[in-house]
Design a protein around this ligand. Sequence first.
Ligand code: MG
Length: 253
Amino acid sequence: MERFVRFDTADGVRWGILGEGHITEITGNPALGYEMTDTHHQPSQIKLLAPVQPSKIVCVGLNYREHVKESQSATKEPDEPVLFLKPPSALIGPGEKIVYPEMAQRVDYEAELGVIIGRECSQVAEVEAEDFIFGFTCVNDVTARDLQKKDVQWTRAKGFDTFCPAGPWLVDKIKYGDLLVESYLNGELKQSSRTSMMIFPVPFLISFISKVMTLYPGDLISTGTPAGIAPMQVGDRIEVRIEGIGSLANDIA
Ligand code: MG
């Protein structure tokens, strides 16, 4: 298992592998193949960026039963995955600020497991889907709930700049089928569920999405949020924690 980080240096943006107390720079993009270099960085000296550079972010709505019950946009469990896109321009990294839009009256957090695709993926069967996974990260599918209701289409509600925090790093090769997914608002536990509670599990989602659109290396799938969504206010700190991955914290500005 490796932890891949993307970060800013004086010489530009780089990828690296996080070891014990240091980061080893790598060449290229890990999802596309990479080589280790002899350059090392101190984690305290660098700024982490979102550990993904997707051509698209495919999100799944209503993928946990208890969240369907609390949701006002559905009255029953979906019989197939509900898909929508977030623009890559919405991505921010750990510690970056989520900007509360002037247009919105209610902005919610949504803690989600993010899946990063490792190779081009079209029309794959569910039993083969796992072969196309590169790794996992924490995602916060930030949502302007009032605009989601108003617009019917979710593009604006889900697509504001800074509405897709991801990180703190990308973890490859973990068992993802039963991980604890939590969110904490100002340190208070708000969401707590397990990836085993998904209505449509990860391989099914990859197969389903690949029958709609070709997925490319680095593409990000956000797999839906459990129950416990609530609004955030300016000055709040929201943290998404996923077992085996880490903690993604962002403040609201
Ligand atoms: Mg969501």
